[in-house]
Design a protein around this ligand. Structure first.
Ligand code: ITT
Length: 196
C-alpha cells in the first residue's frame, strides 16, 4: 500500500517510519513527489487539524495520506500552547520555544508544572479510514536537557522519569510517547486494512 506521510516535519517522519516500517507500506514523502502544500491549520483540536492536513494532501495527490497533529499542553498555561505548539512563539528555533515556556513558568514548583504531549493521526483516502490518538503525561523541567528528539522534548520530563524526553533514545521515546502510543493503535488498524 502506498502511504503519503502528510507532514513537512522531518522528525515526525523519522518517528513514524521507525514504528511503521515493519508493515508492507510504500512510504512516500511530499517532497519526493513535489507536493509542497502547507494546509492552514484552522481546527481547534489536534484531530480537527490532523483531518485538515490528511484530506488536503490526499486531495492534492490522490494517495492515501497519513497526517499527525500534535503538541504540548501545559496546565499552568491553561493548556497552551496546545494546537498552536509549532507557532506559539512565532518563527523561532526549537530551543527558543523551550526557553519561551520556561520563562512563562518562571520558578513555579515542579509539582505544579504538569504537562502532556498529545498526538492525533488521521489516515485519509476518499474518507477517514482511521483516526487514533496518543498522550504522554509529564512535567516541564527547569532547563533544557538532551540532544535527541525535537520541539519541546528537552524541557519535558515524562512521568516516572528523571530524564527529559530529549535524553531518551528514539526507541525509548517511542515506547512512552504520545506519538508511539498513537502509532501502536494505528498499527492495529493497519493490520486489518492491509489484510483486506
Ligand atoms: P506538520 O504540520 O507539517 O506535520 P508541524 O511541526 O507544524 O508539522 P504540528 O502543527 O502538529 O506539526 O505542530 C506540532 C508541534 O508540537 C511541533 O512543531 C513541536 O513543537 C511540538 N511537538 C509535537 N510532537 C512533539 C514531540 O514528540 N516532541 C517535542 N515536541 C513535539
Amino acid at each position: 500500500m502506498k502511504l503519503l506521510l502528510a507532514t513537512n516535519n522531518k522528525n515526525k517522519i523519522r518517528e513514524i517510519v521507525n514504528v511503521l516500517s515493519k508493515y508492507s507500506l510504500n512510504f512516500i514523502l511530499p517532497s519526493e513527489i513535489n507536493c509542497f502544500i502547507e494546509p492552514e491549520e484552522t481546527g481547534s483540536t489536534f484531530c480537527e487539524n490532523a483531518l485538515i492536513k490528511a484530506r488536503a494532501f490526499y486531495e492534492a495527490t490522490n494517495i492515501a495520506s497519513l497526517a499527525d497533529d500534535s503538541g504540548l499542553e501545559v496546565d499552568a498555561l491553561d493548556k497552551k500552547p496546545g494546537v498552536l505548539s509549532s507557532r506559539f512563539f512565532g518563527d523561532v528555533t526549537d530551543l527558543e520555544k523551550c526557553m519561551g515556556i520556561l520563562k512563562l513558568l518562571g520558578d513555579l514548583p515542579f509539582e505544579k508544572r504538569t504537562a502532556r504531549f498529545k498526538a492525533c493521526f488521521v489516515l485519509y483516502e476518499k474518507k477517514v479510514i482511521c483516526q487514533v490518538q496518543g498522550v504522554c503525561e509529564g512535567h516541564i523541567g527547569f532547563e533544557p536537557k538532551g540532544e535527541n528528539g525535537f520541539g519541546y522534548d528537552p524541557i519535558f520530563i515524562p512521568l516516572g522519569y528523571k530524564k527529559s524526553m530529549a535524553e531518551l533514545s528514539l526507541e525509548e521515546k517511542e515506547k512512552i510517547s504520545h506519538r508511539g502510543n498513537a502509532l501502536r493503535d494505528l498499527s492495529e488498524n493497519l493490520k486489518q486494512i492491509l489484510r483486506k
